[in-house]
Design a protein around this ligand. Structure first.
Ligand code: NAP
Length: 205
């Protein structure tokens, strides 16, 4: 799949490497392609093409947004025509709330012309995206959004990069809840100082 990663820091870089290893074509969309940006070394090492944001979005079938939450609406508005393209929103507004929206995915939906937006890869740390295996067992991922097409793509990508089950949180009405689920990881790992090598997985009987 042709994937544009916009926001190439901790999350964007970890996901990009996983996508490339799984055989996907990744391009970076950055603010200043000729300048310095997070992830530049990774781009050089793996020959990831670097474009401005609308050019990267124009190339891709699927766009991953991993910028600070406060930029969610502005970045989505800068993508250009993305009708029919899938957007995976990995952002959390926990410490960086958007002015007018309770979560980043609603800001994205309001700012661009695709309805195929899901939230995924927001509920765990970037280290777990780089390596989702604990004691030989893959940890779980979670996804929310009403677009079946986008959800299916996110589930496949999560499995491609090594996650185990991908649990469906529900539709767009669960965007806020899945950000709160991320906040549970942030609370335990960071605020309660359990450390970032910590992950959630679902057990059933
Ligand atoms: N870190 C985690 O473990 C983690 C886990 C789950 C979800 N998240 C969420 O994922 C998002 C990214 O987190 P991160 O830790 O990867 O952040 P990060 O390392 O600081 O990277 C942020 C990236 O966004 C770019 N950026 C910043 N402002 C921008 C703008 N106005 N327009 C376009 N690009 C912009 C930065 O570009 P430059 O390099 O040019 O500055 C950088 O590439 C956040 O919303 C965060 O809540 C983070």
């Amino acid at each position: 799949m042709k994937i544009a990663v916009i926001g190439t820091g901790n999350v964007g870089s970890a996901l990009s490497l996983g996508f490339i290893k799984a055989g996907h074509e990744v391009v970076f969309g950055v603010r200043n392609p000729d300048g310095d940006f997070k992830g530049k070394q990774l781009a050089t090492a793996h020959r990831i093409p670097i474009h401005n944001i609308p050019a990267a979005a124009g190339y891709a079938e699927l766009i991953v947004l991993s910028t600070p939450a406060s930029a969610a609406g502005a970045v989505a508005a800068s993508l250009g025509d993305v009708q029919g393209k899938i957007i995976i929103d990995t952002m959390n507004s926990a410490f960086n709330k958007h002015d007018h929206f309770s979560n980043t995915a609603h800001a994205v939906l309001a700012s661009c012309n695709t309805v195929d937006v899901v939230k995924c890869f927001n509920t765990t740390g970037a280290e777990n995206m780089a390596n989702p295996v604990y004691n030989g067992k893959a940890i779980d991922m979670f996804v929310a959004g009403s677009s079946k097409k986008a959800k299916q793509a996110a589930i496949q990508l999560a499995k491609d990069i090594g996650f185990g089950e991908v649990y469906d949180f529900g539709g767009n009405d669960k965007f806020e809840l899945i950000e709160q689920w991320a906040m549970c990881w942030i609370n335990l790992a960071i605020l309660q100082q359990q450390g970032r090598n910590l992950a959630f997985t679902v057990v059933k009987r």
